[in-house]
Ligand binder design. Structure first.
Ligand code: MRU
Length: 353
């Protein structure tokens, strides 16, 4: 990746010899393996199967999926390459439904391709690859800006709870919620983190705990049912989570369990922040009720990997996200600043509307 002097600890995605490599996040923290991709269909499968996950990371991966497809067809007639790109847009769009960054990135690539008048497929391929690199680099820069704004909200010595993984692994680098924590630590504040394990896919236990330990940021792992107890004892000062889609009224869809944490935070008067780049805000969805919520396979609830603990045949629900109403959110941290007590008017102002 051509990321200049941008500081990164974990390289979630990397572009090597016209191939996209992504850390297989299903294997973390025990194995650190990169999986190579050469087509949009392969990228779509990896997004669906959670090789890569986290809203901004999914968007960046999809942009590179389009770039791979443009390259695959670079020696073919321009018209055939355009048809292959149309097919790539639909295959990638079908991979996961909730994180809007996926659709944001696909739309940006679609418009970019439409506006190029490159005469031959090879020239278009080079331009599309460059646009994917831009999306990657912008994502890191956006997270760093967002991190700087959010860091102002954290006090020296804060004990911060986070849910799921909204770190470098969920983005091109730095992270959103963990980016705020990283920026605060970089500014000299002493911050410690409570990481919810985040059933059923364990992004907190497997990814957040690992990522923070790589950076030597103090982290303590808890199960999802422990945070209420810790809040009642005054052991949590602030909460920061990421977002998969923010509706026009400030409602936030994020990893299942986020809503529960927000309700508890409200009960205990603990500030509850959402770190979200503008690309995660979907003005086309009036409220959280309009956001599509992914339901994943029952086997994620009945066990993990090769291990199954529930009775065979038990009925299971597995909604992967929930919606936290804007009224429970202290502020949404974006690369343009913090929206306190979010509502439709303030969200529109963010976009200069
Ligand atoms: O199912 P996942 O792991 O893709 O869900 C990820 C989350 O819910 C994150 O909290 C969210 O995408 C924010 S990532 C910066």
């Amino acid at each position: 990746m051509r990321d200049g002097d941008l500081k990164k600890t974990v390289e979630t995605l990397r572009w090597i010899d016209n191939r996209l490599e992504m850390i297989d996040q299903r294997l973390l923290p025990h194995q650190f393996v990169y999986v190579s991709h050469e087509s949009a269909a392969e990228v779509a499968t990896s997004i669906r199967d959670m090789v890569i996950r986290g809203a901004p990371a999914i968007g960046v991966a999809a942009a590179y999926g389009v770039a791979l497809e443009a390259l695959r067809w670079r020696d073919q007639p321009a018209q055939e390459q355009r048809s292959a790109l149309d097919e790539a847009f639909s295959v990638l769009s079908a991979s996961r439904p909730t994180a809007v960054n996926l659709f944001w990135a696909i739309e940006r690539m679609r418009v970019f391709c439409r506006n190029q008048s490159a005469a031959d497929a090879s020239s278009l391929a080079a331009l599309v690859v460059a646009e994917a690199h831009r999306i990657y680099q912008e994502d890191i820069q956006i997270n760093q800006s967002l991190g700087r704004f959010g860091a102002e909200l954290l006090h020296d010595g804060d004990r911060v709870l986070t849910h799921c993984n909204a770190g470098a692994l969920a983005t091109a680098g730095h992270g959103t919620a963990l980016g705020v924590i990283r920026s605060a630590v970089e500014s000299g504040k002493k911050i410690s983190v409570w990481a919810d394990e985040t059933r059923p896919f364990l992004q907190g236990a497997r990814l957040t705990a690992w990522e923070l330990m790589q950076d030597h940021i103090p982290v303590t792992l808890i199960t999802d049912n422990m945070s209420g107890y810790l809040m009642s004892r005054g052991e949590i000062d602030r909460i920061i989570v990421g977002a998969d889609r923010v509706a026009a009224n400030g409602d936030v869809a994020n990893k299942i369990g986020t809503y529960m944490v927000a309700v508890l935070a409200h009960r205990h008067r603990i500030p509850f922040y959402v770190a979200s780049p503008l690309s995660t805000i979907d003005l086309a969805k009036a409220s959280g009720a309009d956001i599509p919520i992914e339901e994943r396979a029952p086997c994620e609830v009945t066990g993990y990997g090769e291990q199954f603990w529930a009775p065979v045949g038990v009925s299971v629900r597995n909604p992967s996200f929930d919606v936290t109403p804007a009224s429970l959110i202290t502020g949404i941290i974006t690369e343009r600043g913090i929206v306190s007590a979010p509502d439709a008017g303030k969200i529109r102002q963010l976009f200069d509307l």
